[in-house]
Design a protein around this ligand. Structure first.
Ligand code: PMP
Length: 428
C-alpha cells in the first residue's frame, strides 16, 4: 500500500458526468472490485431486464379502470404472491411491501399490541435495535456462543412478568461478522414462553433460503437492494392479526376502504384489513415487481449451488487474511462459526478508514469501514465498552494526501468485505 508508483496510476475516470478516482492497471484498464454487498448488492441483469420490460406500462394500482392500471395491479399482487412463495408463507400470513428492512421493522413496532415487551440482543443492527425503544424493551447482553444466545433469551423470557404479549427480534446473519444466528432454536425458545419472533433477514435472505414456516418465525423483514434488486423496496411478512388489528402505519388513500364525514364534524374511517392497510399512498409498484423478479432469479439459480460457491469464497478470503499477521478477523461466536460472505477485520497499526480508503484508491477494492450501524456490537468485538458513545470514525485524510498507517492507536472501527456467490453469468 501507499507507494508513489501506485498513486501515479490512479486516475480520474468520467462516470455519469463525474470524475471518479479509479486505479488503472498496466494496460490502462480499470480494475474495480465492489465488495460491499452487505450494504447494497448490484441488481441482477435479469432484474433490470424485467424492470425495463415493465417500465413503459406501469400505472397506479388498485384504483384505475384503464388497462395500465389493471396490468399494474395484477403484476403488483402477483409480485406479492411470488414473495409469499419465496418465503414459504403460511395461509394466514400477510406480505406488506415497505421501503426497506428498517421500514418493515418500524412498521412492526407501530402495530405491536399495547403492553408488548420486546426482547432484543444489544448486538443487533440499529434497524432491529432501535424501533422498539419507546416501548418496553429488554436489551440482552452479547452472547459468545449460539447456545448462550438461546439460553440468555430463554432466561429473560422466563423472568418476565406479567406474561403479556412479547416479541423477540433477531438477525439471521450478522451484517458485521456474517455469522449465522440460531434462528430455529431462538424461535422455539420464544414460542415456549408464548412470545412471537421477528427475523431480520436483511443479510440472511440473499445467502440462504428463508422459509418462514420451516424456521417457525412469526415475521420476516428484508430489503430488495441487498437481494439483487434496486433500491426502494422491502418486505414485512408474517402473522396477519397484529397487522390487521392495529391502526395503519401511514394514514391515507389506499389504506382506507370507506371514509365519511360524521354529523358531529369528525371523520369516520373503515380501514382495509389486507396488506393495503399499511401501504397507504401510491405504492412502489416497480419496487415490488423488482423484488419478485430477484426472488424468482434466486429460486431458479437454487440456493444449494450458490451456498457452495459462496462458502468457497469465504474460505479463500479467511485463509488469505489468516496469512497476514497484522490482520484480526472479528467474530462473536468464534472463528470457525458458520458465516455468510460478510467478513470484518482490523489491521494492526492502521486506522480502518484509512486502510479502506487505500484499498480503494490503490487497488480498486471497494470495502466498507466504520461501525456498520451496529455500534454496540462492533465495540464489543473491538474490546471497547459496548456502551461508550465515543468517536466512531477516523480523521479524514487531506485531499490529495494518501492515507498513512499509524502505529499504536487501537482501531475504533473496522473494515468489512462482503460478497455473494459470483456465478459466471450473474454476479449473485
Ligand atoms: N438489518 C441488517 C442485518 C442489515 O444489515 C441492514 C442493512 N445494513 C438493515 C437491517 C437495514 O436495511 P435497510 O438499510 O435496507 O433498511
Amino acid at each position: 500500500l501507499n507507494s508513489a508508483a501506485d498513486q501515479a496510476i490512479c486516475q480520474p475516470l468520467p462516470v455519469l458526468g463525474r470524475d471518479v478516482r479509479v486505479p488503472l492497471v498496466a494496460g490502462g484498464e480499470v480494475t474495480y472490485a465492489a465488495l460491499d454487498y452487505a450494504a447494497s448488492a448490484p441488481a441482477l441483469q435479469r432484474v433490470w431486464d424485467d424492470v425495463a420490460a415493465y417500465a413503459p406500462y406501469y400505472g397506479s394500482v388498485h384504483r384505475g379502470a384503464g388497462y395500465l392500471s389493471q396490468l399494474s395491479t395484477d403484476l403488483f399482487e402477483q409480485s406479492r404472491s411470488t414473495v409469499a412463495e419465496f418465503l414459504g408463507c403460511r395461509a394466514d400470513d400477510q406480505v406488506v411491501f415497505t421501503r426497506s428492512t428498517t421500514d418493515s421493522l418500524n412498521l412492526l413496532a407501530a402495530v405491536l399490541p399495547p403492553g408488548t415487551r420486546v426482547f432484543v440482543f444489544e448486538t443487533e443492527h440499529h434497524a432491529s435495535l432501535l424501533p422498539w425503544r419507546d416501548g418496553d424493551v429488554s436489551y440482552l447482553s452479547a452472547p459468545r456462543t449460539p447456545r448462550e444466545a438461546v439460553d440468555t433469551l430463554a432466561r429473560a423470557l422466563a423472568d418476565r412478568a406479567p406474561h403479556g404479549p412479547a416479541l423477540v427480534c433477531v438477525t439471521g446473519a450478522s451484517n458485521v461478522t456474517g455469522e449465522l444466528w440460531p434462528v430455529r432454536e431462538l424461535a422455539a425458545a420464544a414460542h415456549a414462553q408464548g412470545a412471537r419472533i421477528v427475523l431480520d433477514a436483511a443479510q440472511l435472505a440473499p445467502h440462504h433460503p428463508v422459509d418462514i414456516a420451516e424456521l417457525d418465525v412469526d415475521y420476516v423483514a428484508f430489503s430488495g437492494h441487498k437481494l439483487y434488486a434496486p433500491f426502494g423496496s422491502g418486505v414485512l411478512a408474517g402473522r396477519a392479526d397484529w397487522l390487521r388489528d392495529a391502526d395503519p402505519y401511514l394514514a391515507g388513500g389506499g389504506a382506507s376502504k370507506k371514509v365519511a364525514r360524521r354529523a358531529d364534524g369528525t371523520v369516520d374511517v373503515e380501514w382495509h384489513t389486507t396488506a393495503a392497510r399499511h401501504e397507504a399512498g401510491s405504492p412502489n409498484v416497480i419496487g415490488g415487481y423488482a423484488i419478485a423478479s430477484a426472488c424468482r432469479a434466486l429460486t431458479e439459480a437454487g440456493f444449494g449451488p450458490l451456498v457452495v460457491r459462496e462458502q468457497e469464497l469465504v474460505s479463500r478470503v479467511l485463509s488469505g487474511l489468516a496469512g497476514i499477521p497484522q490482520v484480526k478477523v472479528l467474530s462473536l461466536f468464534g472463528e470457525d462459526a458458520p458465516r455468510v460472505g460478510v467478513i470484518s477485520f482490523v489491521v494492526e497499526g492502521w486506522n480502518s478508514s484509512h486502510f479502506a480508503a487505500a484499498l480503494s484508491a490503490e487497488y480498486g477494492i471497494g470495502v466498507r469501514d466504520g461501525l456498520f450501524c451496529a455500534h454496540p456490537l462492533v465495540r464489543t468485538l473491538l474490546g471497547s465498552a459496548p456502551d461508550a458513545l465515543g468517536e466512531c470514525g477516523a480523521p479524514e485524510a487531506e485531499p490529495g494526501e494518501l492515507p498513512q498507517p499509524h502505529g499504536g492507536t487501537p482501531s475504533l472501527n473496522a473494515i468489512r468485505v462482503s460478497f455473494g456467490a459470483g456465478t459466471p453469468d450473474e454476479h449473485v
